[in-house]
Design a protein around this ligand. Structure first.
Ligand SMILES: C[C@](O)(C(=O)O)[C@H](CC(=O)O)C(=O)O
Ligand SMILES: [Mg+2]
Length: 297
């Protein structure tokens, strides 16, 4: 990352413009900074930073055990390694509306382009688990208003997530979506929508961009990009996909290593050293080194 990359403010301005473009923005979830570089190289429009992945990375279930310090620190490490905007999962904002305000400012300082803030009670749980509960509408709206008022960069995207469908039904989710938009949310994240009809219903209800969460093994049908775009969705996240793929490959590798005493049969399924070095811009660093240290013994 020695060559010039856009500043956080430039990434935010680009993200806001992209959300208004009508083109579907695709944000796979990075499980570390290196995977964010693969996301960029593959040509995606942005990087998602998942709370479930960050919890899992720490060996924790996704039930609100992470701290804003851990989330902001990891978000900064991931956000800085690509030229893409990154959207981070800020769960419930880590406490009361005042905490959500501080969360916004810490994540702005971390260099991310936006965050989503959900209306679950604390401690939250993964949106695709049963037994969720949400705070009352007034508290949920206060969280969004506090976040919108706290940001220093007007282009920092505040996405309002509602988990209300699973708790109170779709009508409540739609009513909350309208109130969140009125409260100044830039983006709506309706959690655990079942199908395209659910997204179309929200599309008809609010004017702000809509995010679709295409996460595996949960309550949502996995809709492809074309279907999402035709339903009026503006951004799609694939939060845990890369982690699930990596962990499955890792498990296969460990089994082979244990059973055969060598990783030789796995070489053709590995990222080659050369590919890793290309991804890490080794050549850039060598060139930088040579330009800086010009003395010759
Ligand atoms: C989007 C999400 O909030 C996340 O933390 O990535 C999770 C994803 C998942 O658990 O599949 C969610 O609550 O949907
Ligand atoms: Mg989450």
């Amino acid at each position: 990352m020695l060559h010039a990359t856009p500043t956080a403010a430039e990434k935010r301005a680009a993200f806001r413009a992209a959300l208004d473009s009508g083109e579907l923005q695709r944000f796979p979830g990075a499980f570390n900074p290196l995977s964010a570089k693969l996301i960029e190289r593959q040509g995606f429009e942005g990087v998602y930073i998942s709370g479930a992945v960050l919890s899992a990375d720490l060996g924790l279930p996704d039930i609100g055990l992470t701290t804003i310090t851990e989330v902001a620190g990891r978000a900064q490490q991931i956000a800085r390694v690509t030229s893409l905007p990154s959207l981070v999962d800020a769960d419930t904002g880590f406490g009361e509306p005042m905490n959500a305000a501080r969360t916004v400012q810490l994540l702005e300082d971390a260099g991310v382009a936006g965050m989503h803030l959900e209306d679950q009670v604390n401690p939250k749980r993964c949106g695709h688990l049963d037994g969720k509960d949400v705070v009352d509408r007034e508290t949920a709206v206060r969280r969004i208003k506090a976040a919108v008022q706290a940001r220093r960069d007007p282009n920092f995207i505040i996405a309002a997530r509602t988990d209300a469908k699973a708790v109170h039904g779709m009508a409540e989710a739609v009513d909350r979506a309208k109130e969140f938009a009125d409260a100044g949310a830039d983006l709506l994240f309706p959690e655990a929508m079942a199908d395209a009809a659910d997204f179309a219903r929200l599309r008809a209800a609010v004017d702000i961009p809509i995010l679709a969460n295409m996460t595996e093994f949960g309550k949502s049908e996995l809709l492809d990009a074309k279907t999402l775009e035709s339903a009026g969705v503006n951004l799609v996240i694939y939060p845990v996909t890369l982690l699930r793929l990596a962990m499955h490959a890792t498990e296969t590798g460990l089994r082979t290593l244990a059973e055969q005493g060598t990783q030789a049969p796995l070489l053709d399924r590995m990222q080659h050293r050369r590919e890793l070095y290309e991804l890490l811009d080794y050549a850039d660093y060598t060139a930088f080194d040579e330009n800086v240290f010009t003395f010759r013994l």
